[in-house]
Design a protein around this ligand. Structure first.
Ligand code: NDP
Length: 326
């Protein structure tokens, strides 16, 4: 058996974590041969609820669960962490403007970035789920100057998975037949789900759907899926968000499928003309625990316009918290 790795999860008593933690502990994220120590962070008022979650984890007697740490101190929860899933975030309250939400979260994610910088493994793989995820990831990254910016990522995998299912339904195929799906940009309603490279059983997806469906049905459905779930369920998506976090981390750690790619919010190196330093979702492949932006994807005028709109939103979010960035 391998030596255990340390997996930190914030917002560990929340809804997403309630679906996430049990799957990490059962080996679905890092493999059935990889023991894990869960290091759980919560705000002080949620520590009692967290205790209940930890008791349930114990009661599963997971063979791979080598320990549980519970804390309201980020320097305890992130100590030597190999993986950090930053799920906890301040939800939008009544009357709260977007700017207030950005600022409230900037405070949380700058403190967490500093703590990761101080105590986490130098190779820590960070996934930000808490919204606004891309900008929260940027804030954490900027507050962790001793860590490689490539260690910080944001989740657009749920959007990617939603896009796979929508296309599979439309083309009467299986998600297993679909490859080369791409989500560009921000995990928000400006994200751009791009079908121009997608393939259905090896054939171009755009040859199987019409432009009208693509523009007026597919794109808005993927962009607005979170709101549709809240309307239907009376609560935010939680299990599907947890599932996407597992997929993101598993692919990053263990590699993407040969001949395919995934979508990840990563540190822009200027690829495709996207401003350097933004955390922007690109098509990525992963190998040996590292990710790489897929190069050479054809960008037509339609795509460029949408990629720029979501880039602008990210630049505005960055500028709104600029006074809080080191
Ligand atoms: P959830 O577990 O449902 O959601 C947590 C975060 O994930 C939210 O920011 C949410 O954004 C975001 N998210 C990202 N993608 C999705 C998606 N597809 N569907 C739904 N949510 C998504 O929230 P809870 O309120 O149940 O739990 C949050 C926990 O975090 C609480 O227990 C709270 O105490 C804790 N917390 C912990 C902190 C810490 O550890 N330091 C700091 C702040 C809070 P959105 O709001 O847009 O839905």
């Amino acid at each position: 058996m391998k030596a255990p790795v340390r997996v930190a999860v914030t917002g560990a008593a929340g809804q997403i974590s309630y679906s996430l933690l049990f799957r990490i502990a059962s080996g679905e994220m890092l493999g059935k041969d990889q023991p894990v120590i869960l290091q759980l962070l919560e705000i002080t008022p949620a520590l009692e609820a967290l205790k209940g979650v930890a008791m349930e984890l114990e009661d599963c007697a997971f063979p791979l669960l080598a320990g549980i740490v519970q804390s309201d101190d980020a320097t305890v929860a992130f100590k030597d962490a190999d993986y950090a899933l930053l799920v906890g975030a301040r939800p939008r309250g009544p009357g709260m403007e977007r700017k207030d939400l950005l600022e409230a979260n900037a405070a949380i994610f700058s403190a967490q970035g500093k703590a990761l910088n101080d105590v986490a493994s130098r190779n820590v793989k960070v996934l930000v789920v808490g919204n606004p995820a891309n900008t929260n990831a940027l804030i954490a990254q900027r507050n962790a100057p001793d860590l490689d910016p490539r260690n910080f990522t944001a989740m657009t995998r749920l959007d990617h998975n939603r896009a796979l299912s929508q296309l599979a339904n439309k083309t009467d195929s299986s998600v297993n037949d679909i490859t080369h799906m791409t989500i560009w940009g921000n995990h928000s309603s400006t994200q751009y789900p791009d079908l121009h490279q997608a393939k259905v059983a090896g054939a171009a997806a755009m040859d199987k759907v019409d432009q009208e469906w693509y523009e007026n049905d597919f794109i808005p459905t993927v962009q607005q899926r979170g709101a549709a779930i809240i309307k239907a369920r009376g609560a935010s998506s939680a299990a599907s968000a947890a599932n996407a976090a597992i997929d993101h981390m598993r692919d990053w750690a263990l590699g993407t499928a040969d001949g395919d790619w995934t979508s990840m919010g990563v540190y822009s190196d200027g690829s495709y003309g996207i401003q350097e330093g933004l955390i922007y979702s690109f098509p990525c492949t992963c190998k040996n625990g590292d990710w790489e932006i897929v190069q050479g994807v054809d960008i037509n005028d339609f795509s460029r316009e949408k990629m720029t709109a979501t880039e602008q939103e990210l630049a505005e979010e960055r500028d709104a918290v600029a006074h809080l960035l080191p």
